[in-house]
Design a binder for this molecule. Structure first.
Ligand code: PDD
Length: 293
């Protein structure tokens, strides 16, 4: 039985109960983070914490806890679930709390709802070796995609469309531009240059995305935060997704057409290996094989 944190208490998951007046339930009025855990250690927590803080500030939600306090809760939920070996993820959700339903904010002093859980995670390495297919889907989302809110209906519809079509991910097209995936950022290689949509209100500033851009720069791989246009999809030499639960995932087909050779690309795999080394280093293990195996 997994142990979760809810509003001040650690308790078995089945015993954690929310009010029907929860604003997350009525309005999707909250933010979340999914943080990777490797051998009991949080990966890139500082970046998650910065993104969380920005989201809370923009939405004017007072979590009632400091960022350090939220970080400590992450560590505690990992420990409570004895996740000292292998890998996992921690899910955090902070909403504006429970109050009678009104669109405007609830009365001052209404405590936020804070929830954390920890789940074992096995990286999808077999899938990575083959690469995945994706389908394009209209980007029906609002124009604050930079905020990691729990309003995920467009992402749910898009991912289900992908699932219905036997694809791993749906890649959003806003007008004629690739923005990101339903739960990943999207990269392409054209003319040897790695490209991804610039951080702006149209995409989530992915933690993995930012690490990958940093790694590419360190490795001397040309990288540009420039959008990929729909008409350039056919010219992609390589394509990959990035995300906490995907790492770097090669894309070998888009809407049924092969990308490049139809196999995971060389630049993609170099970036994946660099990320795997970063994950291993964060866990305090010397050998990346313990992470990538
Ligand atoms: N999703 N873009 C979107 C729309 C996302 O929802 C996510 C993450 C990403 C990748 O961000 P990061 O590298 O920080 O995980 C990009 C999480 C994992 C989820 O919804 O489960």
């Amino acid at each position: 039985m997994s142990i979760v944190y809810l509003n001040g208490q650690f308790l078995p998951r089945a015993e954690a109960k929310l009010s029907v007046d929860e604003r997350g339930f009525f309005f999707g009025d909250g933010v979340y983070e999914v943080t990777r855990v490797v051998r009991g250690r949080l990966f890139e927590w500082d970046r998650h914490a910065r993104r969380l803080a920005r989201g809370l500030r923009e939405l004017r939600i007072d979590a009632g806890l400091s960022l350090d306090g939220i970080g400590a809760l992450h560590e505690r939920v990992v420990a409570e679930n004895r996740m000292t070996e292998g890998q996992g993820t921690v899910y955090l959700q902070v909403t504006r709390g429970a109050a009678p339903r009104t669109h405007h904010f609830p009365p001052a002093g209404t405590p936020a709802t804070v929830f954390l859980s920890a789940t074992p995670f096995v990286p999808p390495n077999e899938l990575r070796a083959r690469g995945v297919a994706v389908v394009t889907y209209p980007d029906y989302r609002w124009t604050r995609c930079d905020l990691k809110t729990v309003n995920l209906l467009p992402a749910v519809m898009a991912k289900q469309f992908a699932t219905d079509h036997g694809a791993f991910e749906a890649v959003f097209l806003r007008d004629a531009v690739v923005t990101e995936g339903s739960h990943t950022n999207v990269f392409g290689v054209i003319g040897g240059e790695v490209r991804t949509y610039p951080n702006s209100n149209y995409v989530l500033p992915g933690v993995t995305r930012d690490v990958v851009v940093e790694l590419a720069r360190e490795m001397g791989i040309p990288v540009s935060e420039t959008p990929i246009y729909r008409h350039e999809i056919a010219q992609l030499e390589e394509c990959f997704l990035s995300g906490t639960t995907s790492d770097v995932m090669p894309v070998v087909a888009i809407d049924g057409a092969p990308v490049g050779t139809g196999k995971p690309g060389a630049i993609t795999m170099r970036l994946y290996e660099a990320l795997a080394r970063r994950l291993a280093a964060a866990s305090g293990t010397a050998a990346p094989a313990t992470v990538v195996a």
